[in-house]
Design a protein around this ligand. Structure first.
Ligand code: GDP
Length: 204
């Protein structure tokens, strides 16, 4: 396990971008539909059981949660989107704080988009990809819960997703298989984060 990511610690929750830590250093944000497996992915990448709260306490899910890796680098857990039972006005407010953060944050180096491998590229995922492409924000997709499919089916889904991204002209978007449950794809995801956070490799 990479000790750099294991050292992640909770920094602050921000209800609005104004409450975020100073816009300095380097950040990578995590986004995804609610229930896609985003919290589990963050926990697995940091080898901690409860860094990102998997329990869905209604208040917390609207917040941007910042985790410090060191004095310079942070991971940011963005509010999950696509909740079924949330009023439109509240949904729009979430979207607004997320897009505000994504569009204005100078520290932001890249976006990790977490998608359940069984339900990839839903409408809101596509909207976010579209928006990130237009903003020149590099994006890496984790097709998570890969353990729910056979090896062959997971590989097929990876291939189909890559093809769909290519067809939609999201050619700069990378994608990989991931499973928080099986700890699959951790090193590949770390390598992506290392690149964005300008780490040369595991710090020993
Ligand atoms: P979030 O809403 O995107 O943060 O999703 P969570 O991380 O809370 O996960 C939603 C549900 O999917 C929970 O019941 C998790 O236990 C389950 N889950 C998350 N990741 C995996 C995985 O890699 N494999 C399996 N089998 N289940 C997972």
């Amino acid at each position: 396990m990479n000790p750099y990511y294991r050292g992640a610690r909770f920094l602050i929750s921000a209800a609005t971008p104004a409450q975020a830590p100073p816009d300095e250093g380097l950040e990578v944000a995590f986004a995804g539909r609610s229930n896609a497996g985003k919290s589990s992915a963050i926990n697995a990448l940091c080898d901690q059981k409860a860094l990102a709260k998997t329990a869905k306490t209604p208040g917390r899910t609207r917040l941007l949660n910042f985790f410090a890796l060191d004095g310079q680098c942070r991971l940011v857990d963005l509010p999950g989107y696509g909740f079924a039972r949330v009023p439109e006005a509240v949904k729009r407010q979430w979207e607004k704080s997320m897009l505000d953060y994504l569009s204005k944050r100078r520290a932001l180096q890249g976006l990790i988009l977490v998608m359940d491998i069984r339900h990839p590229l839903k409408e809101l995922d596509l909207q976010l990809l579209d928006w990130a492409a237009h903003s020149g924000l590099e994006t890496h997709i984790l097709l998570t819960k890969a353990d729910k499919l056979s090896h062959g089916a997971a590989g097929n889904s990876l291939h189909q997703t890559r093809r769909a991204l290519g067809r939609a002209d999201y050619t700069g978007v990378s994608v990989q298989l991931f499973s928080a449950l099986r700890h699959q794809g951790i090193e590949e995801a770390h390598a992506k984060l290392d690149g964005w956070l300008k780490k040369k490799g595991p710090v020993s």
